[in-house]
Design a protein around this ligand. Structure first.
Ligand code: 1HN
Length: 350
């Protein structure tokens, strides 16, 4: 057996040793190993909830203080209370509520980050993606996959507000952020009629040579509420709710059936009145937006009341249980797509 000639004052000798490592840009693994390689996810994000009704007046106040053009994007970021100043709602994802007032334009830009929009208020403003407008209606899901030019405009006479979900912290961690701005700080010229993407990609038909046209992420960038809500209703009639997830559907990319975007997955859930889901946890922290109904979401034993406009974040590996008082309809997004690509994603259905 190897023997060590131990100094008599071991602690002092170790401290002296550590002090001499620092200027060499070295550190002893044994002091940090247990915190680095944890038996299960140990996220710094905590469970937290916001309500659209409380944020909306603050966003309208922002509307009096700064224009969309000045701000580029007039957004209030939903910051996880345990990660203040870090522009993130989970460790990997960003969420914010964006306001565009009648007559305003949020100028065209593009970036490496993927974005999704979930419409919360208003009817008929638009996002333009690479020159094609998607007119927004409440609870539609609209995508802005990485590196596509996009701008927003509001030609209606009412404010338009939506939730932005982006993979900003993830891209930041990878130091892979790139962005470009349109020189004139205006909108991108319209090149295709509104509805083009839905007709080409939303009809269960795929071009045989899809690689020529679908090189840039998901080409179907609008998932109307009227369609996904109707699907949940049919699902409820067709089958019993899943014990842990109730009726849960994933929005998919029509090119390959995979996640809506390279880094983020999005889901629609219906929990029928009176149904309680069994405890479940997954390694993707999830942002939930309540669309309809009332009930509760219990996260690691902490109870959050659910009502339309509630935005509730479930941290990675936290136990979640939905209970529906009346039919609950919930939209969610997470980094599941990233974790699955990296063979990291896990779930536990207790
Ligand atoms: C962005 O491009 C939008 O296009 C919104 O509406 C929020 C936050 C960070 C980086 C880019 C948008 C954003 C963003």
């Amino acid at each position: 057996m190897a023997t060590l000639a131990r100094p008599t004052n071991l602690e002092a000798a170790r401290d002296d040793f550590y002090d001499r490592l620092t200027p060499e840009a070295l550190a002893p693994l044994w002091k940090v190993l247990a915190a680095l390689v944890t038996p299960r996810p140990r996220t710094r994000a905590i469970a937290a909830a916001w309500s659209f009704d409380r944020i909306e007046p603050l966003l309208m106040e922002a509307g009096e203080l700064i224009t969309a053009a000045e701000a580029e994007r007039r957004v209030l970021i939903l910051e996880n209370p345990s990660l203040p100043g870090q522009s993130r709602i989970t460790n990997t994802l960003y969420a914010g509520l964006q306001l565009i007032l009648p007559g305003e334009v949020a100028p065209a830009h593009r970036h490496a980050q993927n974005a999704l929009r979930f419409i919360m208020r208003g009817d008929g403003a638009f996002t333009a993606l690479d020159g094609e407008r998607a007119y927004m209606h409440k609870y539609d899901l609209i995508l802005t996959p990485a590196w596509l030019w996009h701008d927003h405009g509001n030609e209606t006479d009412a404010p338009m507000i939506w939730l932005d979900g982006l993979d900003i912290p993830l891209v930041q961690m990878l130091d892979a952020s790139f962005a470009e701005h349109r020189e004139d700080r205006g909108a991108w010229p319209t090149s295709r009629p509104a509805g083009d993407a839905a007709l080409r990609w939303g009809r269960n038909l795929r071009p045989v040579h899809a690689e020529r046209v679908a090189g840039q992420g998901n080409p179907l960038f609008i998932y109307p509420f009227a369609e996904w809500r109707a699907t949940l209703e049919v699902l409820r009639r067709a089958e019993a709710p899943h014990a842990h997830d109730a009726h849960l559907m994933e929005f998919t990319n029509p090119v390959d059936g995979g996640s809506v975007m390279a880094t983020m997955s999005a889901f629609a859930r219906l929990v029928p009145a009176g149904f309680d889901t069994r405890p479940a946890r997954s390694s993707d922290g999830m942002i939930n937006v309540v669309v309809e109904g009332s009930g509760t979401l219990v996260i690691d034993g902490e109870l959050f009341a659910l009502a339309p406009g509630a935005i509730v974040v479930v941290p990675a590996w936290a136990e979640r249980r939905f209970a529906a008082e009346t039919d609950l309809v919930v939209f969610s997004y997470s980094d599941r797509a990233t974790q699955q690509k990296l063979s990291l994603w896990r779930e536990q259905l207790a």
